[in-house]
Unconditional design. Structure first.
Length: 71
């Protein structure tokens, strides 16, 4: 299962299901074996975060706003 996951043939959820363990336990197993869960570089993850932030609607209800603390 680990090799199939590493090759992108099956998902982590499906791998866990086939092994009869939880997804959290599967992620722990990946860590124990030194297999990365994400195959993106740090720069790719940052770029994805930038794209997601740019796509987020501004001023929507429930959005977190930065507040300044008076000094």
């Amino acid at each position: 299962m680990l090799e199939l996951f590493r090759e992108g043939v099956i998902s982590s959820g499906r791998s866990a299901e086939l092994l009869g363990i939880s997804k959290d336990a599967f992620l722990d197993l990946l860590g124990e074996r030194g297999i990365p869960y994400l195959d993106q570089t740090y720069e790719e993850i940052l770029q994805d975060a930038r794209v997601a932030a740019a796509a987020r609607p501004q001023g929507r209800p429930g959005a977190t706003r930065r507040r300044t603390i008076p000094t």
